[in-house]
Design a protein around this ligand. Structure first.
Ligand code: COA
Length: 153
């Protein structure tokens, strides 16, 4: 098992933009998230290998956005550790609900979130068609709908 430490990234200059863009192609969306949310970095020693952002959306509700693990470190359990860390921080912060959204084509992401306790609440149909000009295909599946998931804390 890889040993990682996760800490808040308080200084904008230490934000790993290449990683943040791995989870979201939209520069504007990433800028908006990091300005309104709190960023956390996962480290192996001094090397940053993962990132996620927690964004307050409504009273007692926070959303996990922009989670990403460096390509060469994926599939080693780091993503799951970061999701569990996000759940824990949301609980400690006295939030009642943690939301997350992912594309219908994101098989890995859908597995990861459900393994961490998230349940599907609804489907935002044609979300990706509405917001992106280019077709997104992952795992041979066209990304059309946003699967909205939630965990009650
Ligand atoms: N079926 C069943 N389980 C699957 C699966 C599949 N096809 N693919 C992955 N999983 C499971 C793994 O088995 C693991 O569960 P386990 O520990 O209980 O066995 C779980 O998913 C998480 O895997 P993990 O290794 O922790 O994930 P990761 O470190 O690769 O991080 C992402 C996951 C999504 C953050 C990473 O792949 C990534 O950065 N992707 C690009 C950016 C992105 O898409 N971000 C999400 C935006 S919504």
């Amino acid at each position: 098992m890889i040993d990682i430490s996760i800490r808040e990234l308080k200084n904008k200059t230490e934000l790993p933009y290449n990683l943040l863009f791995l989870a979201d192609d939209s520069k504007d969306a990433v800028e908006d998230y990091i300005n309104r949310g709190t960023c956390y970095g996962a480290y192996i020693g001094q090397t940053i290998v993962g990132v996620y952002v927690l964004l307050k959306t409504r009273p007692f509700t926070v959303e996990l956005v922009n989670i990403a693990v460096k390509k060469e470190y994926q599939n080693k359990g780091i993503g799951k550790k970061m999701v569990l860390d996000a759940i824990n921080r949301a609980k400690i912060g006295n939030f009642k609900v943690l939301d997350v959204g992912t594309g219908n084509c994101g098989i890995h992401q859908l597995a990861l979130y459900q393994k961490c306790g998230f349940r599907i609440t609804h489907v935002d149909r044609d979300f990706f068609k509405r917001h992106f000009d280019e077709k997104i295909i992952e795992n041979g599946i066209e990304c059309l709908d946003m699967i909205r998931m939630r965990i009650e804390l």
